[in-house]
Design a protein around this ligand. Structure first.
Ligand code: C5P
Length: 331
């Protein structure tokens, strides 16, 4: 592949990641909070559908790489996925973690507004850094560690309790849901950091293409997601079916979540994790603006603004030092 087409793929994947992250957060939040007649859709079922869609898209991408030869596709899938079960099994670990994470994100967005969720979820930069240091032996510079401290301060400010109006019962209820939402995001941050670094390690240590790896990841994700759905929502599934409460917005959420998995994989391949951090920071600004002006479900305080600014600044400082180190090594 030529340098220019690789470069355009890199910026295209980052641009798509900004749009995908923003639209997923907003539509998921909307889909979990809109008033509807009848039962709400099952988040566990949406997670399973997104996995199926992701697997089918990855198979299509592998098929395209093989010049649409059915015989080659059959051979590649048999050899790469069934031919080496121990190798395929490695993907079970990140798949189980991602399945938990994907379900937790629905819990988080059912209990937190879009902006608070996104800023808090930036803590995954910290967990990714810590896992990269401990599992991949990466080394961080002083400014990078400093930026991680700024990041934590920013997230703490965003979470700072505000004097809300309403009676004490309402306040207790909103504090309760806020706590559940924040706990869900914090666990998702640990899982995102670990699974991301584990996936990166597998990609670097073996020769399989990123799409083959994603098919393996998706197959396990499907099995775990289905098991989770039957364990937690089994009686509701038996009562009203897997697709109960689905509407057009639910379908958009499923497509956006599947697209997210593909874009994250493409960004890891064509860009890097630091640029991925930039993309999520841009997405924070975009979703805060949309959440404030369009959805009107978020009333930012000055402490929130300060916290958000610190999170964004921390992301830039973290990335900047990487650039400095790279340019010094080049000289
Ligand atoms: O960056 P973050 O951890 O938030 O993104 C994780 C999301 O991307 C999860 O939904 C996960 O299922 C998906 N993913 C994927 N394939 C990869 C890596 C992540 O589908 N190779």
């Amino acid at each position: 592949m030529s340098t220019s087409s690789r470069l355009s793929l890199k910026y295209m994947s980052l641009g798509v990641l900004v749009l995908q992250t923003t639209s997923l957060v907003l539509t998921m939040r909307y889909s979990r909070t809109q008033k509807e007649e009848g039962p709400r859709y099952l988040a566990s079922s949406a997670v399973v559908c997104a996995e199926v869609l992701k697997i089918l898209t990855c198979i299509l991408l592998v098929f395209r790489d093989l010049n649409f030869s059915v015989r080659s596709l059959h051979r590649v899938l048999r050899e790469e996925i069934l031919g080496n079960p121990m190798d395929t099994l490695k993907l079970a670990v990140p798949a189980a973690i991602y399945t938990l994470q994907n379900n937790l994100l629905y819990v988080a967005l059912s209990n937190l507004d879009a902006a608070t969720y996104q800023v808090t979820y930036q803590l995954k930069i910290l967990t990714t850094a810590l896992f990269s240091v401990s599992m991949l032996g990466k080394r961080l510079g002083v400014y990078q560690w400093l930026s991680l401290v700024i990041l934590m301060a920013g997230v703490a400010l965003v979470q700072w309790p505000t004097e809300s109006i309403g009676n004490s019962e309402q306040k207790a209820l909103s504090a309760g849901t806020q706590f559940i939402g924040v706990m869900a995001v914090l666990i998702a941050c640990i899982s995102s950091g670990f699974a991301g670094v584990y996936f990166e390690k597998i990609l670097k240590e073996t020769k399989q293409s990123v799409w083959i790896r994603n098919i393996q990841l998706g197959l396990f994700g499907f099995v775990f997601g289905l098991t989770g759905m039957m364990v937690y929502d089994g009686s509701r599934v038996v009562e009203a079916g897997i697709f109960q409460g689905y509407n057009r917005i639910t379908c958009i959420v499923v497509v956006l979540q599947a697209l997210g998995g593909l874009v994250v994989a493409a960004v890891i391949k064509y860009a890097d994790n630091i640029l991925k951090g930039f993309a999520t920071s841009l997405s924070i600004i975009l979703s805060t603006v949309i959440s404030y002006f369009l959805l009107k479900d978020f009333d930012p305080t000055s402490v929130f603004f300060l916290g958000a600014m610190l999170v964004i600044a921390a992301t830039f400082i973290y990335s900047h030092e990487r650039k400095l180190v790279l340019s010094t090594t080049k000289v």
